[in-house]
Design a protein around this ligand. Structure first.
Ligand code: ATP
Length: 325
């Protein structure tokens, strides 16, 4: 997983105290009727730390985010932002929210949107133009500054949406699926923006179903189910905690075989043979021997440790969640 440069250092301009967690959630619980949307959640996020919140649909991710933003009241427990109770004016100042649904004014220009959100977030008038210029530069939208926001591409609108949520330099940013539905280049651009935020000491809590990008960018994952935190840590730590020792093994053949007798646990997909192995040396040797006996040619072999999907399935007992529609 990614390094966490900001967590060890101080905070540049984000307003929180040094060494104080950007977010502390203790015993957070909330029921809706019989449903425990949050059931004793504990979580601490350091300045500059990027935490991905994972869980199947209905796990409680949105409710946790909404409670942090003081949009849902807790039945029990507490939430503090840089030491300040959620909902207090000090906590609000330190919180940035980037909603999944793009929340910009389509008929206003990009620059006007930034100025409006800067005012909403209480950026002092003397700093407003400077913050708007910085945001245009940061999002690489300077050449579209005078265009109506509604005419931007989907990826550009998301960049603008993120900028609108962080103009007041919050210490903690909540993001609900910031890259959902975007193509790969747009996703990468957004991850660059988020990575830059983290380098400035901003803590990020991101709810996502995109496991493939989480491993590359986030410092830590938190897996939720039925309102509870099932596990928290890097993929390596979680694989160790779950005693996931099987490696993914893939052998690519020069051509699709007419027939081959594979050892138990391996399956053929076109030219590729895939399986999970407990002992790389013994199981891979058995497979390669079978391939050799069949007179087939191998062009590539790869062996990978358990990934985030393996960890997710192990802890939740569920397949990777579908994105909410
Ligand atoms: P998704 O990935 O689908 O967005 P989630 O992990 O964000 O799911 P939540 O939206 O937090 O899950 O929902 C957790 C549980 O609480 C669900 O069973 C949901 O139906 C329930 N819930 C959330 N908000 C309310 C509400 N306002 N009234 C009733 N039930 C609610």
């Amino acid at each position: 997983m990614a390094a966490n440069p900001g967590a060890a250092g101080g905070l540049e301009g984000a307003g929180a105290g040094v060494n104080r967690p950007a977010l502390e959630v203790a015993g957070a619980s909330r029921r809706f009727g019989d449903t425990p949307a949050l059931d004793g959640v504990d979580l601490s996020v350091a300045p500059g730390e990027w935490v991905a919140l994972l869980g199947a649909n209905g796990a409680g991710k949105t409710t946790l985010m909404r409670a942090i933003a003081d949009r849902v009241a807790l039945d029990a427990g507490s939430i503090r932002l840089a030491g300040n109770p959620a909902g207090s004016p000090e906590a609000r100042e330190r919180l940035g929210i980037v909603p999944q649904r793009i929340a910009i004014y389509p008929h206003l220009s990009v620059r006007e949107n930034l100025a409006v959100f800067a005012r909403i977030h209480g950026v002092p008038p003397a700093r407003l133009q400077e913050r708007v210029s910085e945001a245009l530069d940061w999002t690489r939208l300077e050449d579209r500054a005078s265009d109506a926001a509604g005419t931007l591409s989907g990826g550009m609108q998301r960049r603008l949406n993120i900028a609108c949520g962080i103009l007041h330099e919050p210490a903690l940013v909540l993001m609900d699926e910031p890259t959902v539905g975007l193509d790969v280049p747009s996703r990468e651009q957004i991850h660059r923006l988020l990575s830059d935020l983290r380098h400035r000491g901003v803590a990020i809590l991101e709810s996502t179903h995109e496991l493939e990008t989480v491993e590359a960018s986030c410092d830590r994952v938190l897996i939720m189910r039925a309102g509870q935190v099932l596990a928290s840590g890097t993929v390596g730590q979680l694989a160790q905690a779950g005693r996931l020792t099987r490696h993914r093994c893939r052998v690519t053949l020069a051509s699709e075989p007419a027939g081959v007798q594979l050892p138990a646990g391996f399956r053929l997909h076109g030219r590729r043979i895939e399986g999970q192995v407990a002992s790389i040396a013994a199981d891979l040797a058995t497979l390669l021997e079978a391939i050799s006996d069949a007179g087939l040619e191998v062009v590539e072999v790869s062996v990978d440790p358990p990934d985030l999907e393996d960890v997710f399935v192990h802890f939740t007992g569920e397949p990777v969640a579908e994105r909410p529609s």
